[in-house]
Design a protein around this ligand. Structure first.
Ligand SMILES: Cc1ncc(COP(=O)(O)O)c(C=O)c1O
Length: 378
């Protein structure tokens, strides 16, 4: 449907509280910090970022990003192993375009990020789900499936998974990498929530293995730590993968992705603005997470969930509830959520819902959960 005057992708209806929104709050998007970075960039008089860019992405930007990631991961990141993308979605799409053919098998977690499923479907891939428990992907099930299939890659969101909030343990990460090397499939690790922990120390990211192990590809983005509208992200990978990506026809024709935005974000990284923004987000989201947890205990006493330790989401089991029907009824209460089935490649998870604490302020979160509680009781 063509709508001429719409700016944002999702727009909750007036008066509605859509707790399903996985987007950052508009009030948390860093206009002032970006204004300062833009002013510094424009004052430089450098017109090169307005030219077609280097295929791998702006080298100065990659150097700044590598420094910043080395500190955050406490592990040396080499700019040679970084490749600039227009966000995690474009990274997934490009990886599929270059490394898969229609009909080939990939493995995903069950549940998984529903819009990644859309990208994989666009490429005609055969999607095989693997169950998770509270420690992430189940390796026994992976082993059974590896005996039957030769997947091109396994797509995982290892840290604060969307939607389940779970984090894959260190031991399982290492076992997974051992299997990928043995059976020669890629691990495409979508690590977009890695830099948003609120209350725990994290296992080593897959990014830390990606430079040396050809089978490990880490995908990341500025969408959750700065602003989705920048459409800026990166891949960290082995040099063979970087060469293949940078050598694609798409980049030969159009040049590297987002050189202009990269120049602005480079300023922001070098001035310490990114780090400050991440610290601010972590404080703010930690506060909202607590508010949502308290509201759930009060208004949805039958809900079963693990308290997330980072990221954006609560993954909630409502035993005996058909969440498709609940969503229909929720319209009357002017509240919305994402029903579990969306995140299931086998159309299961019908008793689950995903709520996000990123989009709304604490009072709105409380009100939204209260409305949901009233709807559940009706
Ligand atoms: C796991 C995951 N991957 C990718 C994305 C999209 O990232 P980007 O905006 O960088 O394309 C999201 C956004 O919700 C996400 O949750």
């Amino acid at each position: 449907m063509i709508n001429e005057f719409i700016i944002t992708q999702t727009n909750p209806k007036t008066g509605f509280i859509d707790l399903g929104m996985g987007n950052p709050d508009l009030r948390l998007l860093p206009l002032d910090a970006l204004r300062q970075s833009a002013e510094a960039y424009f004052a430089s008089g450098d017109t090169r970022p307005l030219q077609y860019g280097a295929e791998q992405g702006d080298g100065y930007f990659r150097a700044a990003l590598a420094d910043c990631l080395s500190q955050a991961y406490r592990n040396s990141v080499n700019p040679k192993h970084l490749f600039v993308t227009s966000g995690a979605s474009s990274a997934l799409d490009l990886l599929c375009a270059l490394y898969t053919h229609p009909g080939e098998v990939i493995f995903v977690e069950e549940p998984t990020y529903f819009l990644a499923l859309r990208i994989f479907n666009d490429h005609g891939l055969k999607i095989i789900p693997i169950s998770m428990d509270e420690h992430g992907l189940c390796l026994e099930e992976l082993d059974e499936l590896l005996a039957q299939y030769r997947p091109k890659f396994l797509y995982t969101i290892p840290t604060f998974q969307n939607p389940s909030g779970r984090t894959l343990t260190q031991a399982r990460r290492e076992e997974l990498i051992a299997r990928a090397r043995r059976d020669n499939f890629f691990i495409v690790a979508d690590e977009v929530y890695q830099l948003l922990p609120y209350s725990r120390t994290l296992p080593v990211p897959f990014a830390a293995f990606a430079q040396d192990v050809e089978q490990v590809i880490s995908v990341n983005s500025f969408s959750k730590i700065l602003a989705p509208g920048l459409r800026l992200g990166w891949i960290q990978a082995h040099e063979h993968i970087i060469e293949r990506l940078a050598g694609s026809g798409f980049l030969d024709s159009g040049g590297g992705m987002n050189p202009f935005t990269s120049a602005l974000v480079r300023e922001l990284i070098e001035s310490g603005g990114l780090e400050a923004n991440i610290a601010h987000l972590r404080r703010e989201y930690a506060r909202r997470l607590k508010v949502m947890d308290a509201a759930l205990r009060l208004h949805l006493p039958g809900a079963e969930y693990a308290i997330p330790q980072g990221g954006f989401f609560f993954w909630i089991h409502l035993p005996g509830v058909d969440t498709e029907k609940l969503r229909e009824n929720a319209k009357q209460y002017k509240v919305d959520f994402r029903q579990g089935e969306l995140f299931s490649s086998r159309r299961a998870m019908r008793e689950y819902i995903r709520l996000s604490f990123a989009y709304y302020a604490p009072e709105e979160i409380e009100e939204g959960v209260k409305r949901l509680g009233a709807c559940l009781r009706c």
